[in-house]
Design a protein around this ligand. Structure first.
Ligand SMILES: [Zn+2]
Length: 239
């Protein structure tokens, strides 16, 4: 597998960027931008488990239109020497400059990139909807592309089923099903804070959090008005 190219490509990233920001979760390593770029980069190198190194955000003295500049390398380095730079500018265009074009993956060795948010969050949602470790792992194995299979690329599924199992445990811990009720309540509070009150104080909202008894109540102005209208109706029973 030998790639040798230097190319300029154009793409629209604004829609996907907006979606990703909305779905953004707390993460120790935020590489959301990498997941936006990957579908485009994969067209030229669908083999490597690409990771980021030396990322710069925003304009520089050299380029005032720059949005992001980062170097990508293969997880299997130094055996696989592939490396490239990706530069995006604020008119939606980008450049991939390949520094080392050779791709070399040892036979029989699985090569996965760490599964980060938003893919990690998406897997947690699958578990929340009742899926099993076996099914999620199999689905991700089957979803590997024709380039990823012969290259031993396991970006989607991780090295083994244990990776998916660990993500499931994380999801349970973060949900209300976790053993630590206090932590579950705190997470619920954070969730609603992000969904209902993302920009700070919400006018007309009354929020109450109680541990004993365990409950969280969020009233918005609309819900109070609706309640007011309902109790004015004749023969209306509210409980
Ligand atoms: Zn590689």
């Amino acid at each position: 597998m030998l790639l040798n190219y230097l190319m300029l490509f154009f793409f629209c990233i604004y829609g996907s960027t907006r979606d990703s920001i909305e779905n953004k979760k707390e993460s120790r390593v935020d590489v959301t931008y990498l997941y936006i770029l990957l579908p485009y980069i994969k067209r030229f190198n669908g083999y490597c488990a690409l990771c980021v190194r030396d990322c710069t955000f925003g304009q520089t003295i050299a380029d005032r239109n720059q949005l992001i500049r980062c170097k990508l390398y293969c997880k299997r380095r130094p055996i696989c020497p592939f490396s490239c730079s990706v530069i995006l500018v604020n008119n939606g265009s980008g450049t991939i400059a390949v520094e080392r074009a050779e791709v070399r993956h040892p036979r029989g060795v699985k090569i996965p990139r760490p599964i980060r948010a938003p893919v990690r969050d998406s897997i947690k949602k699958q578990f929340a909807n009742g899926s099993s470790v076996f099914l999620v792992h199999q689905d991700n194995l089957q979803a590997r592309s024709v380039d990823e299979r012969p290259a031993n690329n396991y970006d989607r599924s991780g090295k083994s089923r244990n990776v998916i199992r660990k993500i499931k445990s994380e999801g349970i811990k973060q949900s209300l099903l976790g053993e630590d009720v206090d932590e579950g309540l705190y997470n619920l509070h954070k969730k609603y804070e992000a969904e209902v009150n993302i920009h700070g104080k919400l006018k007309g909202a009354i929020q109450n959090i109680s541990k004993y008894p365990c409950q969280i109540i969020v009233y918005t102005e609309s819900s109070i008005r609706l309640f007011d209208q309902l109790i004015r109706l004749k023969n209306c029973v509210l409980s």
